[in-house]
Design a protein around this ligand. Structure first.
Ligand code: BDP
Length: 716
């Protein structure tokens, strides 16, 4: 009996502890503020659910579960639209004529995924209607409505008309068929290929629901370094099962296509995109996929990049490859997302210039259903990169942004870094391609050139960890990415606040300091890893920790020394006119600004310029002193983050409080590691003492250089 009791208590606590993180931002805890609570309750006496599709059923369950939790009372569902003080929801065609008429103007303003949330009726007979042109639009509206209550916003005389600004809002999973995740730091892949198609893990449903709640509508299931086996019938059956699971949540499935698949699984001798058998093989393959998955999204392709096969193996080019696949997909409405992440060890030109040099000449040559996927940054997802020069350089070609949500270069899942701040900086960058105001956001949402398709991709940070993302705060990066994919003009502060209120607490004394902590976290990581425009100085292979000294890799542009170019005379990569002239790839207003050392923003200084150690920064410090102080500033910020968090115990459950506390401890340790290792290494060239205010390194350079991490995660 005694044993049983202990066991039950233990199991309960295990269960609860697992759930704290697992629920993400969809917690629906009861509203604490009594006044607010009674206000909400008086407006929602019941729910009328109109329609009976699977999606409407899900929306109904979500509303019932959400409101029951938030309001602490059971909410009845009815099918009748005409009762009093109820929340009515359903798509346009399910509403009565009169309501449809009342919302005519609003319906004209939304697209197929948009929604309307509006208070209608007289004071005595008030109703809130959540509606849309499609059932998925209704589901998005339901999540939005729940968020309003979760974050304690008013629902009085509500009038919201909202549509996503980007069509394709996508997660890219770099998941391998063996269950590992390339650059994944949250456990293994969510997809259990072994048990699919017969076993549908609850995790898949929870994943789809979480994505729908932030408007994500596409998922690429497998790694860009693709395995052709995913395209065999054996695996397509499993993909189909996932597609069926995700469909009611408005999520389409996409796959990466290995260019050499016709050889590897098709038994052809070639994968030449001009070969008739190859063309036919892809046509048949696509037909086979659509037979199983009628709403299949299309292919994502990494070709002739980092050793992946591609059209160039046959003397063809990216357009040839992309268009061949596009032609196979076009009859079914599928698209090709062709990645522009290319650089070659045989090209002696600056790596930062290579994607532009290779792709811009293809302007206007891709089929209508091809979208070119451009990484954030011409190098590779660094803590800070200037916006990619391809944005603004190919007006006729829809370009898709690829952000990295998984923290390959930002401390894996042990560092708290709020990425929407980084994303916002990039989205707001002005390319000047059509004069002032031609921001990256306007290019990727298609508004600048009126493109028919527009897209955004985020390399997922999700895995099998109980908390999904490894770090409780990394959930905010998944969440924030989704919110920005829906509306790339959102402010990251607002996103942080919504996330905190939904995930932790609405208490101002918690929200304000922790929001600030999140917003500062991006600059902190830049400072303790790569201040003043430094980049790509992490250790190689696994990318864990600092490695500015690495110089022995076969490809020059894989070595950190290629990027910082530190020597006795100074540090930085000269990409100005006198150097690689990467600045020449930007519109002249932008190029000129970067080119001139006096107008180049200091945060990008060493990205574009090689400068002497005693170069004077705007604050009067020498470059060496200023750089060292920036490293220290980064470390200090992490210390501040940790002490801010330490005061939050009363607002957060013990489990999550302790997790974040321990992780901030790791981050502080690793921030010091970065500072010490980089400064000791660069000091060999500067020959100067560390300035006052910078802590003495805890170890020698030799010690840092001797560290090895053979089992660092994500490097399979
Ligand atoms: C680099 C990653 C590598 C990816 C590659 C890509 O280190 O694992 O395969 O990008 O995006 O950042 O293709």
């Amino acid at each position: 009996m005694y044993f049983l009791l202990i066991l039950t208590v233990f199991m309960f606590s295990l269960n609860v502890s697992g759930q704290q993180d697992y629920k993400l931002w969809l917690r629906y805890d009861k509203i604490e503020n009594k006044e607010l609570l009674s206000g909400y309750s008086s407006k929602i006496k019941g729910i009328a659910a109109l329609g009976n599709s699977k999606t409407i059923q899900l929306a109904t369950e979500e509303l019932q579960q959400g409101l029951s939790g938030l309001l602490g009372m059971k909410i009845e569902i009815q099918q009748n639209q005409n009762a009093q003080s109820i929340l009515v929801f359903g798509s346009k065609s399910s509403l009565d004529e009169a309501t449809q008429q009342k919302l005519k103007k609003e319906f004209e303003q939304i697209n197929n995924e948009g929604y309307i949330i509006k208070t209608i009726g007289s004071k005595e007979n008030e109703q809130i209607v959540i509606t849309a042109k499609t059932d998925v639009g209704v589901l998005y509206g339901v999540f939005y409505f729940l968020r309003l209550i979760q974050t304690n916003k008013s629902i009085t005389n509500i009038n919201i008309v909202d549509s996503p600004k980007i069509n394709i809002r996508m997660l890219n999973h770099w998941d391998n068929l063996n269950g590992t995740v390339e650059r994944g730091y949250a456990g293994s892949s969510l997809w259990n290929w072994q048990k699919l198609p017969d076993f549908i893990d609850q995790r898949y449903i929870d994943y789809a629901r979480a994505n729908a709640s932030i408007g994500i509508n596409g998922t690429v299931l497998n790694n860009v370094n693709a395995n052709a086996i995913i395209l065999t019938p054996q695996y397509l059956e499993k993909v189909e099962a996932l597609a069926n699971t995700f469909r009611p949540y408005g999520i389409k499935v996409y796959l990466t296509a290995r260019f050499s698949a016709p050889i590897e699984i098709g038994k052809l001798k070639t994968a030449d995109p001009y070969d008739a058998d190859v063309i036919n093989w892809w046509k048949e393959k696509v037909k086979e996929i659509y037979k199983r998955i009628p709403d299949f999204g299309g292919f994502l392709v990494k070709a002739n990049s980092e050793g992946q096969p591609g059209p160039q193996n046959y003397g063809r080019n990216h357009v040839d490859g992309a268009n061949m696949l596009a032609d196979a997909l076009a009859p079914f409405g599928g698209i090709v997302m062709w990645r522009a992440f290319v650089y070659s060890e045989h090209d002696v030109d600056d790596r930062a210039k290579q994607a532009y040099s290779e792709f811009v000449p293809y302007e206007g040559k891709f089929r209508d259903n091809v979208i070119v996927q451009v990484k954030n940054g011409a190098i590779d997802f660094q803590p800070r990169e200037p916006f990619h020069p391809m944005f603004g350089a190919m007006p006729k070609t829809p370009l898709m942004m690829e952000f990295q949500i998984t923290q390959e270069y930002l401390g894996f899942s042990s560092h708290l870094v709020f990425l929407p701040k980084l994303f916002q900086e990039v989205l707001e960058s002005d390319t000047y391609c059509k004069g002032k105001g031609s921001t990256v956001a306007k290019i990727i949402d298609g508004s600048l050139e009126n493109h028919k398709i527009s897209g955004i991709a985020g390399v997922a940070n999700i895995g099998s960890d109980l908390n999904w993302t490894g770090h409780p705060f990394a959930q905010a990066n998944w969440y924030g990415y989704g919110r920005l994919a829906w509306n790339p003009y959102l402010d990251s502060g607002l996103i942080a606040e919504d996330w905190l209120r939904s995930t932790f607490s609405n208490d101002k004394n918690f929200v304000e300091p922790i929001k600030q902590m999140m917003l500062n976290s991006r600059e902190a990581v830049v400072n303790y890893m790569t201040p003043l425009g430094l980049h790509h100085i992490m250790d190689t292979g696994h990318h864990y920790g600092p490695g500015p000294w690495v110089s022995n890799l076969s490809r020059p542009e894989w070595n950190p020394v290629y990027y910082h170019k530190a020597d006795k005379n100074g540090i930085g990569f000269d990409r100005s006119k006198s150097g690689s002239n990467a600045t020449g790839q930007y519109a002249s207003e932008v190029g000129k600004m970067f080119d001139d050392v006096t107008t180049c923003p200091e945060k990008e200084l060493l990205w574009f310029h090689h400068l002497p150690w005693d170069y004077k920064l705007s604050n009067g410090q020498t470059l060496w002193n200023g750089m060292a102080l920036k490293y220290q500033e980064g470390v200090d910020e992490v210390k501040t983050m940790a002490s801010t968090w330490d005061k939050m115990g009363k607002y957060v459950d013990e489990q999550r409080f302790n997790e974040v506390k321990m992780l901030l401890g790791i981050q502080y340790k690793e921030a010091r590691w970065w500072r010490d290792a980089c400064l000791l290494y660069f000091q060999q060239f500067s020959g100067k003492e560390l300035p006052q205010g910078v802590e003495k390194p805890t170890q020698t350079l030799e010690y840092f250089q001797s560290l090895k991490f053979p089992f660092a995660p994500g490097n399979n």
